[in-house]
Design a protein. Structure first.
Length: 261
């Protein structure tokens, strides 16, 4: 019951699709949610409303028949060890995918633990590509990040601009296939989060990951809807202009991946 590739006809076009079967536990895979709220570093503000994001994610993935595991307030090294432990010890060959959602502070290099230390995207990719995580070989490994990637709040573009530079941490990613990285904001920029209701990125993710949409659309199509909604929702930062946050998708998936048949 491992994930396989097949060719399927859809509206006259031929797509390469990840094909999977629901195993006997009705769990497609495992979702690890790391929710960092309270930080030991004095210069790092706590993130209380992140609890709302974690609740939304847990509900939507349980509805998609994933086993959901939530860990809170992890140090950087604990992020590494928990991702390794879940990907190697909980994910089995019967599962179809692994999803890791990290809600935390971040910087242009990566994601921060509650101790203010950084875990890079390349490190996370290396962990789930290790021999210990062999059950994930050839299967989608999906990372979704709600975290700032810098301090910039750029003005809206009025004309086409040059392609954004690729961050050093992502250029260092290993060449293995079957990864998808979803970032709440583009490289170097702020990720907005309401102090009471959580982030618009996670709200949009949960809206479109609902079976109403995920029963018909592939993951890449769902994330494009998220990009469209978030980028079209201006944010007031008490500046002369309103900030339009632009999420980012980085993918080496080899075909379309569906949460539901």
């Amino acid at each position: 019951m491992t994930g396989t590739l097949e060719f399927s006809k859809k509206k006259g076009t031929e797509d390469v699709v990840y094909k999977y079967d629901i195993n006997e536990t009705r769990e497609h895979g495992v979702v690890l949610i790391i929710n960092n709220v309270y930080f030991t570093e004095k210069d790092k503000a706590d993130r209380e409303s992140s609890n709302e994001d974690a609740k939304r994610l847990k509900k939507v993935f349980e509805g998609l028949h994933y086993q959901v595991i939530v860990h809170e307030d992890l140090l950087a090294e604990e992020i590494r060890t928990n991702v390794s432990a879940i990907a190697a010890g909980v994910v089995t060959k019967k599962h179809d995918s692994f999803i890791c959602c990290i809600l935390s502070h971040g910087n242009p290099v990566g994601i921060e633990g509650v101790d203010g230390k950084t875990v890079t995207v390349a490190e996370l990719a290396d962990i789930v590509n290790s021999k210990e995580c062999s059950a994930l070989h050839g299967k989608p490994k999906i990372f979704l990040f709600q975290a700032t990637r810098g301090s910039n709040i750029p003005e809206p573009a009025v004309a086409d601009e040059e392609e954004q530079r690729v961050s050093a941490s992502l250029r260092a990613l290993p060449p293995e296939a079957d990864f998808l990285f979803g970032f709440s904001t583009s490289d170097g920029n702020v990720a907005a989060r309401d102090v009471y209701t959580g982030s618009q990125y996670i709200k949009a993710l949960c809206e479109y990951f609902d079976p109403k949409y995920s029963s018909r659309l592939s993951l890449d199509e769902l994330l494009l809807l998220v990009n469209y909604k978030v980028s079209g929702n201006p944010i007031d930062y008490n500046l002369p202009y309103k900030y339009h946050q632009m999420p980012e998708i980085r993918s080496t998936l080899r075909g379309k991946f569906y949460f539901l048949k």
